[in-house]
Design a protein around this ligand. Structure first.
Ligand code: SF4
Length: 350
């Protein structure tokens, strides 16, 4: 049922949604009424179309090491998981995989790993430069917390973007979930990266134990405040080999509401339909693409390593050959009447 406040908020979403305040965002996130949500998702989809167009940007993901020195409570590759077989791709193997992905038409390569100091900044820089020289694609790094000097070296080597999610904007919840890590440092890193000229991606998890609607509203407001170029939103999915194994996972409807409000508030940030969203619902990525998302990250990690990069269980497409996964995503995008973007898909922010 559309109450007076719901009518007011919907109206603001379509006229000047980027100005939604915290109370209004909480109001939207609390909605359960299907008709209201349908209207909300339509507004988010219209804004996506106006601000970003119909192109879906594909980012080829290469998970090159599952070693991690951190112990985040929700993560299956945390150092405390002694049951996990660890791997590192060699620098040559990473470069070859990336070049192959570019030859298959991908314009962006995302190099992702746990926090693995074996891959020091000079090694990562060598890899970035080798990929740039051979393939000329855009490169996103997602390798965790490093020093300012290391970020600078890797930027100089040619890295275009850096993805480092904050997962929650509630400092207490952040500290509870991330032993030995510091919320303020995380936010400072995002600011440094921006200053250095990286296109910066952050984002949050939905359904974390102890998370409230107020926290989720703060996550979205933080993305606006940081003027993020990209924002990744996915559900918490409990992993059996973590301390959070008994908690319920995040729910699809809340993920979709968060994606929609993030689109309405950030206007033109790149927002992926995440693999985690496709993992909790077979149609999850398509649904996210219909309520504000404009990016998909097909997994191009060689098949023999894929299952070992298990940050959460049941990861969609982890059994498939890389080529098949990419083909399936291209078909899905086209079947929705959207286009695969022909360009690099750089930031749409000023
Ligand atoms: S979330 Fe990232 S930093 Fe934390 S344990 Fe997992 S891979 Fe390591």
């Amino acid at each position: 049922m559309q109450t007076e406040i719901a009518a007011h908020v919907l109206n603001k979403c379509s006229s000047n949604g980027s100005l939604l305040n915290k109370e209004e965002i909480i109001e939207v996130l609390s909605w359960q009424d299907e008709a209201l949500l349908e209207r909300l998702f339509q507004i988010a989809d219209d804004i996506r179309k106006n601000q970003c167009g119909d192109d879906v940007h594909l980012r080829a993901l290469i998970e090159f090491s599952n070693h991690c020195s951190r112990n985040c409570l929700y993560c299956g590759i945390r150092r405390g998981n002694k049951k996990l077989e660890r791997y590192r791709m060699t620098p040559d193997e990473i470069v070859d995989t990336a070049v192959k992905a570019c030859s298959a038409g991908f314009k962006t390569i995302v190099l992702q790993s746990g926090e693995d100091t074996w891959f020091a900044a000079d090694k990562v820089s060598w890899i970035v430069k080798a990929i740039k020289d051979r393939a000329g694609c855009a490169i996103t790094l997602c390798i965790g917390e490093r020093t300012l000097a290391e970020y600078e070296v890797m930027k100089k080597a040619g890295a275009d973007r850096y993805l480092i999610k904050y997962e929650t904007a509630n400092p207490d919840l952040y500290h509870a979930l991330h032993p030995e890590m510091d919320y303020e440092n995380r936010i400072n890193i995002l600011l440094w990266l921006k200053e250095m000229g990286y296109q910066v991606g952050g984002g949050n998890m939905v359904g974390l134990p102890g998370q409230t609607l107020e926290d989720l509203a703060d996550d979205i407001i933080l993305a606006r405040k940081l003027n993020l170029d990209m924002m990744g939103i996915g559900p918490f999915i409990p992993h059996s080999e973590t301390p959070l194994h008994d908690f319920p996972g995040g729910d699809l409807k809340m993920v979709l509401k968060t994606v929609a409000v993030s689109r309405i508030v950030t206007l033109n940030s790149h927002i992926p339909a995440t693999t985690a969203t496709g993992t909790i619902d077979a149609e999850g990525r398509q649904k996210a693409l219909r309520c504000g998302a404009n990016v998909i990250m097909p997994n191009l990690t060689p098949a023999k390593y894929r299952k070992l990069y298990e940050i959460y269980p049941g990861k969609k497409c982890s059994d498939e050959e890389p080529g098949r996964c990419a083909g399936c995503i291209k078909t899905m995008v086209k079947s929705m009447g959207r286009n695969i973007a022909p360009d690099y898909g750089h930031s749409l922010k000023n």
